[in-house]
Design a protein around this ligand. Sequence first.
Ligand SMILES: *[C@@H]1O[C@H](CO)[C@@H](O)[C@H](O)[C@H]1NC(C)=O
Ligand SMILES: *[C@@H]1O[C@H](CO)[C@@H](O)[C@H](O)[C@H]1NC(C)=O
Ligand SMILES: *[C@@H]1O[C@H](CO)[C@@H](O)[C@H](O)[C@H]1NC(C)=O
Ligand SMILES: *[C@@H]1O[C@H](CO)[C@@H](O)[C@H](O)[C@H]1NC(C)=O
Ligand SMILES: *[C@@H]1O[C@H](CO)[C@@H](O)[C@H](O)[C@H]1NC(C)=O
Ligand SMILES: *[C@@H]1O[C@H](CO)[C@@H](O)[C@H](O)[C@H]1NC(C)=O
Ligand SMILES: *[C@@H]1O[C@H](CO)[C@@H](O)[C@H](O)[C@H]1NC(C)=O
Length: 539
Amino acid sequence: MQFLLNLLLSASLLTSVYAASADEWRKRSIYQILTDRFALPKGADLNACDPGKQTFCGGTWNTIRDNLDYIQNAGFTAIWISPVSQNYEGPRTPYGDPYHGYWIADATKLNSRFGSADDLKALSDELHRRDMFLMVDVVVNNVMSLETDLSDLSTYMFKDKAQYHSYCPIQWGNTTSEQNCWLGDTNVTLPDVNTQDPGVVSAYTTWIKALVDEFKIDGLRIDAAKHVNMDFWPQFCGAAGVYCIGEVFDADAGQALQYQGPKALDAILNYPLYNALVDAFAIPGKQNMSALTDMVAQIKAKSTDPTLLGNFLEDQDVPRWANISVDPQSMWNAMVFSFMADGIPIVYYGQEQGFSGNADPYNREPLWPSNYQNTTSYAMITKLNQLRNFMINSTSDWITTPMEVLNTTPQGIVFSKGDITTVLTNIGSPPANISVSAKTSLASSVSATTDILTCRQYAVGSGGTIEVEYSRGGVPVILVPDSSLSGSGLCGHELATGTQAKGSQGIVSDNGVARQLSRSATPLALVAALLMGAASLAL
Ligand SMILES: *[C@@H]1O[C@H](CO)[C@@H](O)[C@H](O)[C@H]1NC(C)=O
Ligand SMILES: *[C@@H]1O[C@H](CO)[C@@H](O)[C@H](O)[C@H]1NC(C)=O
Ligand SMILES: *[C@@H]1O[C@H](CO)[C@@H](O)[C@H](O)[C@H]1NC(C)=O
Ligand SMILES: *[C@@H]1O[C@H](CO)[C@@H](O)[C@H](O)[C@H]1NC(C)=O
Ligand SMILES: *[C@@H]1O[C@H](CO)[C@@H](O)[C@H](O)[C@H]1NC(C)=O
Ligand SMILES: *[C@@H]1O[C@H](CO)[C@@H](O)[C@H](O)[C@H]1NC(C)=O
Ligand SMILES: *[C@@H]1O[C@H](CO)[C@@H](O)[C@H](O)[C@H]1NC(C)=O
């Protein structure tokens, strides 16, 4: 039964491996890459990259392709890469060089710094061979220049002054100004393309359709989406024919979520949720769990579909989690929220290595000094992806079942999504004599659940009550009824035959460890085992 279901699911995935829809993307888990910073070619100097210098370090589409095991072994089913279009190629600016790929010159040409058209095709093909999706970042709001007078447009896609709005600095809070005035400043200006102009719309739609077709791109991440007139997006994304997720840098759920829906984009990156996660979990911080519960309710009320939104803790524009929160348990609790709640989990490269850089440019560290190790965070992400992928593959509706908050206390939040109950806390690592409980709607036949992170059993009390105490510190807990874990390969359950779990060597040995320890040893021993594992993997 399970086997057949998996077969059917993989068959449907194979036939639709590119031009992926929103419905296909909600089932994915995304690893975000700055192409220049993910991996070096063989023989390159491993010590030459200083994020503070804001210059090229040497990553390419080929080096991503050569290192996909590291991403797929952690259970990710998609990557999002930096913009692929040609960038500014002039002398170094006060803000360095365009290693990030966002300083567009001619969108219709590829960025030769990152490779050739064949290299990008080879990356796309290799992802599809692995059943993974390719999301490409695109910038249409603006180009880049050192001047405000647009005197020489010969190197740009749009060569006529009338195809740009004239220079004005943005007056924040004024929508017209945010859409038509220029991002950037007078050191590096970002001339605003006139996306109301029919000729611009037509050139952009022709271009994006051709780009998506040529490189078999499965989805688009849209830079600066709120700086473009909203009615541009259905035309642009309609021509692309793939899922579009936009950057709408706004903590207010009402403001940000206007950009989701048939009159705008499929989805947005969930900055309102990001801010609520910081408010709830960061240490030191507001430690305001109600802010998170309140945000979940606002998103439910204002989003056309919360399961399509992008959940993240870090990206190239905000400080690393470890820069704003000193306790690792705070990141692990927030991270579990981003995977087990409604929405598509997105992990920014380096988060799994505990990077701690501040905002731009210090949050753009090279990944190679980490030696791509199997850290505690990497191992936890692997389990989260394994559980989420399994629930998606083995049920027809878990992914679209809305989350429900079951209880909120000053130190904890409990929520369910289908049969999974997630219990999170903001107390951090030190043990505390407190507990968090909730009444679930688990069937009365369910008497036991397993926390898939420790493989410990938790009893279900009368009326579906569960309780988690923190005498071992503020760890995240994910409770799954044993009947739902059958075939998952998690916590001693066999992996279903026919399930083609990638990175299965790792997953199987993980089980071995977990099964062995859950009988005899304490969670501390499990943590020690995880840490020892951390030293052994260098991919
Ligand atoms: C908003 O910005 C637009 C474009 O710059 C400007 O024309 C308009 O006067 C501004 N509105 C207000 C109320 O300042
Ligand atoms: C331009 O860059 C310099 C050097 O980084 C900086 O000191 C200055 O504040 C910048 N000017 C503007 C308008 O931001
Ligand atoms: C916590 O968040 C809630 C909901 O956003 C808000 O009403 C409350 O004032 C916040 N509490 C504190 C102490 O900031
Ligand atoms: C935050 O980032 C800055 C710049 O990268 C760094 O100097 C500082 O040590 C970081 N803070 C933490 C807590 O890692
Ligand atoms: C934990 O708290 C309970 C209730 O407040 C109290 O009865 C118990 O003695 C405490 N246990 C410890 C080990 O402090
Ligand atoms: C789920 O299905 C996808 C696509 O067939 C496959 O790549 C993945 O390994 C499966 N995951 C699990 C946990 O079964
Ligand atoms: C990472 O380490 C964990 C814990 O030891 C293990 O279960 C997992 O298989 C490892 N992952 C890889 C890719 O080796």
